[in-house]
Design a protein around this ligand. Structure first.
Ligand code: PMP
Length: 360
């Protein structure tokens, strides 16, 4: 992938990826810290469930996937008709873009944000109205509200945000979503929610229960360590879900092993709690080390951290890759930033050691 291909998603933004992505499968990578993957998962219970389920892999999974849907509905305090599953939340982000932008319009979001829904919207002919984050890296909700016009078909909020790792206060976000969703649907991407303490209190799912036109996306890729197994879901008004299923539902349903794996993972709360604990330990370690080297690390509530670096982004990326560390490098307001995912403690020690060597 050339740098130009990657950056096609980011035109006009003050935020873009300045380096080509490294080869994911390069055997020399010792610490793969570029894709916000969970280094511990999946849970052993998931592996067992998948082993069992693979035997009936000759059969399509039931399209309704009602056992998993019911389990999620119970956990989220909504009815099964409020839930839609997909092969990863990115699939549902894309599907939402497909139904929201049949003929132009615009999408309002923070800048920088996770670009999946924005790049799909752009590919469909919509325009992007980016709104800079505030100086504390929270969403500028007032400015986002002002950016909404008659052509706005969707508002996208990623909370906690990627690539900054920052959080927007849930009470302010709740008021914003409730208010804005009377005019335009609000899509809240909560991919990293479970890394927060008392995470459910930060979720916007209660607005869906209240009847607001809010779409909340969650994934099994992060805290559940199931990124490669591709499963995620949205919680939304039943009319929103049927708008998607009527137009762009995948014909043959989901992967039967992943469905069983997700059920097993939801039943293993001890595993996800342990992942959260280890993630926090690693994050504290990295933040302390990088801060003590003189860098301004953005406070993170997620499984990755972002900080500005003091050397050329491309040179930095190459030097880190050559030592076997994969990270992501972004340009934000013309300054290069390193985003590093939390691996195991051993990997993070190697990251810090390599970072010190590369930047010395
Ligand atoms: N949303 C955010 C904010 C993400 O960071 C990611 C993955 N990097 C996704 C959605 C997509 O995750 P998945 O498709 O694996 O569920």
């Amino acid at each position: 992938v050339s740098a130009m291909d990657v950056n096609a998603a980011f035109p006009k933004s003050s935020f873009y990826e300045i380096t080509p992505r490294e080869d994911f499968n390069a055997p020399r990578m010792l610490a793969r810290l570029s894709a916000n993957e969970n280094p511990y998962g999946p849970s052993p219970a998931v592996v067992e469930a998948i082993k069992e389920a693979v035997v009936t892999g000759n059969r399509y999974a039931h399209r309704d996937a009602s056992d998993l849907i019911e389990m999620i509905a119970k956990k989220e305090g909504v009815s099964p008709k409020h839930i839609m599953l997909g092969p990863g939340s990115s699939d549902l982000l894309e599907k939402m873009a497909f139904v929201s932008f049949p003929s132009g319009g615009n999408i309002v979001s923070a800048d920088p944000a996770y670009m999946s829904i924005i790049s799909t919207a752009r590919a469909l002919g919509a325009s992007w109205k980016p709104v800079k984050l505030k100086s504390d890296y929270s969403h500028d909700l007032m400015a986002m509200k002002s950016a909404i016009d008659n052509d706005t078909k969707l508002v996208y909020v990623c909370n906690p945000n990627n690539p900054t790792g920052s959080i927007t206060a849930s009470d302010k976000l709740r008021t914003f979503c409730s208010d804005v969703s009377t005019k335009v649907p609000v899509f809240v991407d909560e991919a990293y929610l479970e890394f927060l303490d008392d995470s459910q209190s930060h979720s916007m799912v209660d607005l869906v229960t209240k009847g607001d036109d809010v779409i909340v996306a969650r994934t099994f890729s992060k805290i559940h360590g199931m990124a490669g197994l591709r499963i995620g879901y949205i919680v939304a008004q039943p009319e929103r879900i049927s708008a998607i299923t009527d137009k762009v539902r995948s014909t043959m349903g989901l992967c039967s092993t992943s469905l069983k794996g997700a059920i097993a993972s939801m039943s293993d709360a001890q595993f996800t709690a342990e992942c959260k604990k280890l993630n926090t330990e690693c994050r504290n370690y990295v933040v302390d080390k990088i801060t003590s080297l003189g860098y301004d690390v953005i406070p993170s509530s997620t499984s990755f951290v972002l900080f500005p670096i003091a050397m050329d982004g491309m040179d930095f990326m190459k030097a880190m890759n050559e030592s076997g560390v994969s990270i992501r490098v972004f340009s934000i307001d013309e300054k290069p930033y390193c985003r590093v995912s939390m691996g195991t403690m051993e990997e993070m020690e190697y990251f810090v050691e390599t970072f010190e060597k590369v930047t010395a």
